[in-house]
Design a protein around this ligand. Sequence first.
Ligand SMILES: Cc1ncc(COP(=O)(O)OP(=O)(O)O)c(N)n1
Ligand SMILES: Cc1nc(C(=O)O)sc1CCOP(=O)(O)O
Ligand SMILES: [Mg+2]
Length: 208
Amino acid sequence: MKLRGLYAITDSQLLAGKFLSYVEAALEGGVVLLQYRDKSSDEARRLREAEALRDLCERYKTQLIINDDAELAARLNVGVHLGQTDGPLTPARALLGRQAIIGSTCHAQLELAEQAAKEGASYVAFGRFFNSNTKPGAPTCSLDLLDQARSKLHLPICAIGGITLDNAAPLVAHGVDLLAVVHGLFGAESTAEVTRRARAFNELLSIK
Ligand SMILES: Cc1ncc(COP(=O)(O)OP(=O)(O)O)c(N)n1
Ligand SMILES: Cc1nc(C(=O)O)sc1CCOP(=O)(O)O
Ligand SMILES: [Mg+2]
């Protein structure tokens, strides 16, 4: 499966009271990957919500990725995204199997991406590129790093951090395959606007 397109990431605060309707609106707009990102320790709610997202993703033929939690991903038979402090890639790959999508946060460091590639990552994520409402303190990353990454890596490249429809085009021009977005998608005023934005992000990546 080619990993190219909009990568929507949920935010439990931003989506409070409209979680499934906004996610479904994004899927309607053609999201390629959907990440369940919930930083709480409410295991029961996390399982319930992740199961609901898995069922929705199955209907829309979208791949679900769980943030941080390889065990939960294994339980649901979906992918996982791991940051530098979320546990090593190699055991996660062994747990989830060869087909699973496993993403790795590489901040602005090419060496981290090369290491992730060796350890079996399916894509590498760089960021943050712009001011982020969701994670204002994340380290920053430049477009130059994308050029180096594109020439050295043979994996899909994901960009994250403050991405909106107004600032995403240069990322695509510098070789990004996946645009990972929270606020620039789910900060919309209505479900119709979420769907419109999702389609427009994919059009930037020449995906209709
Ligand atoms: C696609 C994508 N890229 C980067 C991150 C950030 O992961 P991490 O550094 O582990 O931070 P948290 O998201 O866990 O706060 C991500 N989640 N997704
Ligand atoms: C979860 C996350 N990780 C980042 C990184 O740079 O690693 S930036 C970020 C937040 C992305 O949300 P928004 O699209 O609202 O900025
Ligand atoms: Mg993490």
